[in-house]
Design a protein around this ligand. Sequence first.
Ligand SMILES: Cc1cc2nc3c(=O)[nH]c(=O)nc-3n(C[C@H](O)[C@H](O)[C@H](O)COP(=O)(O)OP(=O)(O)OC[C@H]3O[C@@H](n4cnc5c(N)ncnc54)[C@H](O)[C@@H]3O)c2cc1C
Length: 403
Amino acid sequence: MMNFEFNSEQELIKKTVREFGQKEIAPVVRDIDDGKRIPDEIIKTLADIGLLGMTVSSDYGGAEADPVTVGIVAEELARADISCAIPTFFLVQAAWGQLLDKHGREAAKKDILPGVTKGRAFLGIAATESDVGSDLANMRTVAKKVENGYLINGQKMFISGIAEAVDQLPQGGGYVTLARTDPSRGTRGMSLFYIPLKGTKGITSTTFEDWGRRGISTGGFTLEDVQIPGDFLIGEQNRGFQLVMEGFDYARAIISVVCAGAAMSALEQAMEHLKQRRAFGQPIGRFEGIQFKLAEHWAKLDAMRLLGYKALWMFGKEQSEGAYSRFEVTRHCAEAKLLAPRFAFEAINDAIQWFGAFGYTLDCPLELALKGVRSYYWAEGTLEILKIIVARELLGKEYVAYR
Ligand SMILES: Cc1cc2nc3c(=O)[nH]c(=O)nc-3n(C[C@H](O)[C@H](O)[C@H](O)COP(=O)(O)OP(=O)(O)OC[C@H]3O[C@@H](n4cnc5c(N)ncnc54)[C@H](O)[C@@H]3O)c2cc1C
């Protein structure tokens, strides 16, 4: 049996987040981008209504939300904040909070998760390095087992939320971080650690100036003889690569509905304009040259949004019932995320075109959406790497050209 409806609780959450988004977020999106930070009051409200770290267990203040519900919140936040800064802040913590909650040890969970659910701490993912992004199997950060824990050396770069984790949020924050524990064993010699940034000896951080999604920072950090307790190992030693892929699956599926939210919101704003703006004696919305594009964009967004929710639903069924294999889930999440940023970007680009010269001014907010969804051509896996993943799952591992 198939059911395309949200349940009554999900409908209520959707309505609540939509109202909050339209009232409190949409009017200040340009200010958030110019100010390069999400205002404290917005983070506090997100926490107060139970949306931050909503995937984690109630022991740490979370709502134990299922992936479809998380998708609904992410989509609604993106409808309001078309720049994707707030949705990114939300989704990174939802996906990696779930991973830490499920596979982490008590000490790490206690250190960060209550702060995340209260909006007082940031939790992100640190996998990419300055020399290695797509080819993660070749990353260099190393963790050595020592008495009482691990000694970590290396560097992570192009990481979301660095300013938030270093000093913007009251308790700072930390990262689910990938490091080699047995360099001779490739991806089977990598482990995941929780590393707090604020106040940790041996860490220096940096931030970049991005051209989009500027309400959340991007940056990097170096680790020089950083000592962390053994309890900050997440899951089993040398199983980190497999675990990090689980987190990426979740994040990718959420990103697909974020792109749908931002792009559909942009198209709706454009539709109002198509009805008002006149050329050649009639509203420009009457011209088929515009209508055909609008219809195609809407149909594509509708389709990829449904694929995103299917991926989220499958991820949930896999996590709670073991209903699907990791491979099937990975493929669906990759499919959804490889379509979403591109479909969204192309739709927003045409929506801007329909605004005429006004579309090229900063008074038209849609450039924020264009730049925001563009970040997902890279973040959490590039469109090219996602195609490699989908093809690998379709053809079989023996058709991967390199490892
Ligand atoms: C705004 C933003 C936020 C980010 N946040 C985070 C974060 O929080 N945590 C984190 O760990 N990382 C983060 N990243 C990094 C992101 O995961 C990487 O950018 C991504 O994995 C690609 O790595 P790279 O930038 O090193 O590109 P590279 O791996 O150097 O690739 C360069 C280009 O070559 C292409 N390419 C590489 N190999 C192939 C191939 N075999 N076939 C075809 N094309 C190929 C890539 O697709 C890409 O277009 C973020 C990135 C951005 C832009």
